[in-house]
Write a new protein. Sequence first.
Length: 241
Amino acid sequence: MKKTMSITFLEVTKLLKKSEFLIGLILVLVMGGGMTYGAYRFPDSFGVHNVIAFYGNFSSILIMFLAAKSLGEEFDLKTATFVFTSRSTRTQIVTAKIVSVALANMLIGLCGGILYDISIVICGQPWTVPVMLGTIGKEMLIYTIYGFAIGATAVMIACLRNSTITSFIYLIVLFWVMPGILQMIGQKIAALGKVMDYVLFCMSDQFLMYQDWSAKNIAVFIVTGIAFSIVGMAVLQRRDL
């Protein structure tokens, strides 16, 4: 456990220092700031709740890209052999990479919570310090859980495809394209519509953008993330690197 925590700390530090993370977070905040201004100028038609929804939409792209790079970059840079033949086990390294993505997302959630609180204040809505702190804590929790599931999915795909760009494309298809396709099919097949309530890809927007963090949704993200982590580790254990 101590070894895994040490690797996780190194992975988080490496992830936060990436120019892609810093630039991406700045762009997300700029676009989120634009949404905040829109909520201020058009409170009746736009609304404060749309600020966090659009922030989630923008940040999901950044999260997927960072998750895809987490392990995919090792294959892109031809460092996978060195990394996975070091003194650390493959399970420790994969676990550290998934957890590092989740922890990096905590920072994105912190920024989202602060942006949401700013929107509440400038739009003249009632607020208290405990409520605003609760909002920040809620966003950090939501983004951490979301990051864990995305990180596990990206690592599993990277173990199968060995590429950052391929992993990123798969994530876009799974989380952006597939839900729409499944919804159209669900309109024809009633049973499928009920199953979709328990499919990670179909409820990601509901969880991140619309802030529906019910016990069921949290359980789906955590259980699916653990399952994908196990699959990714199993695939990687069998690979000859």
